[in-house]
Design a protein around this ligand. Structure first.
Ligand code: PHE
Length: 346
């Protein structure tokens, strides 16, 4: 009798198929559950005769294994088919999730613009090291031995003395002028963007590092008129037609004559505002004719060649372009600040 019962359920188990998790669960409860058929049959088995036990024991175990393996196989296949249905439920026509594109740093934007303007005039781009020796940063540029710019207050010295003299972080990009002129003969027509360092306390108006773009043009018969016209063109391109320029006499050891160039305030258009301290003018760069001593120091015949040079702070140009009054913003990496330049990304 018990044998018949087992045979009957064996057929049922063999015939059972499902792809549904809830039906399979019903199957598990029915056969393998604590009050299920297998438990019931095992209980009945206890009361059969010793003889019957011998023949039935094996059948019974096989029956139990059949139920268990059926359950496990079906479980695996239902799980697989459910995963498949989940996949097909995804709407592949939905737009993808875009990821955020970073923005360019305002200084990088301004530097690129400067490079592009000068490229139209035939200026190439040159670079030099940030760690410089005394010769390239000072001596070749005609700095007298006792010039205050060599003082510890302005310069970050790395090594005092040594074969090549003092080693320091460059205080200006004029050092690249020297490197360029030492390596060849005129004509030279290049701009040199780069980072420079000065030993200053960090505040809204000063930083211990900032960025400059140096310009150099050396050839036969280069005059101050060429300098003025070049810089005038640059300003019209950068700040728009009608921006006025003026030159004030100044002093740099490496240029003679030297000048500082102001432009009409880009914020109030010359009417006078807080930004230009109500003068209508803002200073943007230093410039001048390369001192013949500097040309000679670099192995260039100063009787045959003349040239002009200029240098400007990129932060200063960016200040005027974007009205950023605190220099510290440029180096703090505050995403809220940097994100505002997204629209300028091309
Ligand atoms: N090197 C000067 C500075 O850092 C700028 C400058 C460059 C002036 C070239 C004249 C000519 O202030």
């Amino acid at each position: 009798m018990l044998q018949d019962k087992i045979a009957q359920y064996t057929d049922k188990i063999n015939a059972f198929v499902t792809e549904k998790a809830d039906e399979l669960e019903q199957f598990r409860i029915k056969y393998l559950g604590s009050k299920g058929i297998i438990k019931e049959i095992f209980d009945e088995f206890k009361s059969v005769s010793v003889e019957e036990k011998r023949s039935l024991g094996k059948v019974l175990n096989e029956f139990k294994q059949l139920a268990e393996s059926k359950y496990l196989t079906l479980k695996e296949s239902t799980e697989n088919s459910e995963a498949k249905t989940e996949n097909t439920q995804q709407d592949l026509t939905l737009p993808g999730e875009g990821f955020e594109i970073g923005s360019r740093h305002p200084l990088a934007l301004v530097r690129r613009e400067i490079v592009e303007i000068f490229a139209k005039l035939g200026f190439t781009v040159a670079e030099g090291p940030e760690i410089e020796d005394d010769w390239h940063n000072f001596s070749a540029l005609n700095f007298p031995e006792e010039h205050p710019a060599r003082d510890m207050q302005d310069t970050f010295f790395i090594k005092k003395g040594g074969e090549k003299g003092d080693i320091a972080l460059r205080t200006h990009t004029s050092s690249v002028q020297v490197r360029m002129m030492e390596q060849g003969q005129p004509p030279f027509r290049a701009i040199m963007p780069g980072r420079v360092y000065r030993n200053e306390a960090i505040s809204a108006r000063a930083h211990c590092f900032f960025h400059q773009v140096e310009g150099l043009y050396v050839d036969e018969n280069v005059s101050f008129a060429d300098l003025k016209q070049t810089l005038f063109y640059f300003v019209q391109e950068l700040y728009g037609e009608g921006t006025k320029v003026r030159f004030r006499p100044s002093y740099f050891p490496f240029t003679e004559p030297s000048a500082e160039m102001d432009i009409s305030c880009t914020i109030c258009k010359g009417a006078g505002c807080q930004f230009c301290k109500y003068s209508g003018w803002v200073e943007i760069l230093g410039c001048g004719m390369v001192d013949p001593n500097v040309l000679e120091n670099c192995g260039i015949d100063s009787k045959k060649y003349s040239g002009f040079a200029f240098g400007m702070g990129i932060e200063r140009i960016a200040n005027l372009k974007y009205v950023i009054k605190d220099l510290r913003l440029f180096s703090e990496n505050d995403a809220r600040f940097l994100k505002q330049f997204k629209s300028a990304l091309i």
